[in-house]
Write a protein that binds this ligand. Structure first.
Ligand SMILES: Nc1ncnc2c1ncn2[C@@H]1O[C@H](COP(=O)(O)OP(=O)(O)OP(=O)(O)O)[C@@H](O)[C@H]1O
Ligand SMILES: [Mg+2]
Length: 279
C-alpha cells in the first residue's frame, strides 16, 4: 500500500484541496484509495459533506488500542473512501504526549486491507497527528502556494520531514513540493517557483495546480471537480499531478536528492533571497 502525507506548517496552502483531488484522481486510475482526515478542524470531512461520525468511526479509531481499522466502516465518496475527522480529536491530542504516541497510525494501518493508496490530510501545524502521519508514510507532498509565507512554511515543513526521516522513519523518502494556486499572470509567483526549483531541484514537482474557481467550490455527496468539471483545468492539473506522483513512487521516491549549498542541511533558501523575490 502506498502511504502518503500531505503537510505544510503554513495554513491555506491547498493541503485539503490537494488531498481530495489526488484521492479522486488516484481512484479514477483504478487504485482503491482511502483518504484519512487527521485535521481536528475537519474541513476536509465537512467539505465532502460527510455526516458527523461516531467517534469510533472517525480518525480517532487510529489512536484507540481496543479497535482495529478493519472494524471501521469507511465512508464511500466519489472514487475513494473517507475516514472522517472528529471534533474530539483536539481533546485526544492533548493526551497523546508520550514519545511512543507518534507510532499509533503506523501500527493501526497494518490491520487495513483492500486499499492500494492511503492519503493523510494534516493540519497546518506540527502536531502529534501530523507526526503520526509522517511516521506511517513512505511518501510526503508539501503543497505550497508560490508566495512568501507559504514558501517559508514549506521550508520549515521540509526540515520537519528531514527530522522524521532521520529520527523516526528512515523509510520516508524526500518530500515533494506541489505548487498550488499558481497564477501565471503574477510575476512574483514565477519568481518563487524559480527560487524553489533552484534550491530544491527534483523535489519540486513539474506539475503545477493553477488557480481554479471550480476547485474552490464544494460539491454535494463526496463528489469533486472530476464529477462536475472533468475537462476543466482543476481536474486536468490534479490528474497530471497524480500521474507524476505515481511515476515518482514507482521509481521508489526521491532520496537525498537535495543537497543545497555547502553546509546547508536541506537546500534552505536564505531570507534575503526570499525577500528579493517578494519585492
Ligand atoms: N487551485 C486552487 N484554486 C482556487 N482556490 C483554491 C485552490 N486550491 C485551494 N483553494 C482554496 O484555497 C483555500 C485554502 O485551501 P485548502 O483548504 O485546501 O488549504 P489547506 O492547506 O488545507 O488549509 P488549512 O491549513 O486551513 O487546512 C480554500 O478556500 C480552497 O478552496
Ligand atoms: Mg486543510
Amino acid at each position: 500500500m502506498i502511504v502518503l502525507t500531505l503537510c505544510n506548517h503554513k495554513g491555506g496552502t491547498g493541503k485539503t484541496t490537494s488531498a481530495v483531488h489526488l484521492a479522486a484522481a488516484l481512484g479514477l486510475s483504478g487504485r482503491r484509495t482511502l483518504l484519512v482526515d487527521l485535521d481536528p478542524q475537519g474541513f476536509l470531512t465537512r467539505a465532502l459533506g460527510a455526516p458527523e461520525p461516531a467517534p469510533e468511526h472517525s480518525s480517532l479509531a487510529l489512536f484507540e488500542p481496543q479497535q482495529t481499522l478493519a472494524e471501521v466502516p469507511m465512508l464511500p465518496m466519489s472514487g475513494f473512501d473517507l475516514l472522517p475527522s472528529h471534533l474530539a480529536m483536539t481533546r485526544v491530542m492533548r493526551k497523546l504526549d508520550k514519545p511512543s504516541d507518534v507510532l499509533w497510525a503506523k501500527d493501526s494501518i497494518q490491520t487495513l486491507s483492500g486499499y492500494d493508496v492511503l492519503l493523510f490530510d494534516t493540519a497546518a501545524a506540527v502536531t502529534v497527528f501530523s507526526l503520526n502521519a509522517l511516521v506511517a508514510s513512505r511518501f510526503c507532498v508539501i503543497p505550497v502556494t508560490p508566495e512568501h509565507q507559504p514558501v517559508v512554511g514549506a521550508e520549515q515543513t521540509f526540515g520537519t520531514v528531514r527530522m522524521v526521516q532521520q529520527k523516526l522513519n528512515p523509510e520516508l523518502t524526500d518530500p515533494l513540493f506541489l505548487l498550488t494556486q499558481v497564477d501565471a499572470r503574477r510575476s512574483d509567483h514565477g519568481g518563487f517557483r524559480a527560487t524553489l526549483r533552484h534550491h530544491y531541484g527534483p523535489c519540486v514537482m513539474r506539475t503545477m495546480i493553477r488557480t481554479s474557481a471550480a476547485l474552490s467550490r464544494t460539491y454535494p455527496g463526496g463528489t469533486t471537480v472530476f464529477d462536475h468539471d472533468p475537462y476543466g483545468k482543476g481536474a486536468r492539473d490534479y490528474a497530471n499531478a497524480a500521474d507524476e506522483l505515481l511515476g515518482i513512487i514507482e521509481r521508489g521516491g526521491l532520496r537525498t536528492a537535495v543537497r543545497g549549498r555547502a553546509g546547508d542541511e536541506h537546500g534552505k533558501i536564505d531570507a534575503a533571497a526570499l525577500a528579493a523575490v517578494a519585492a
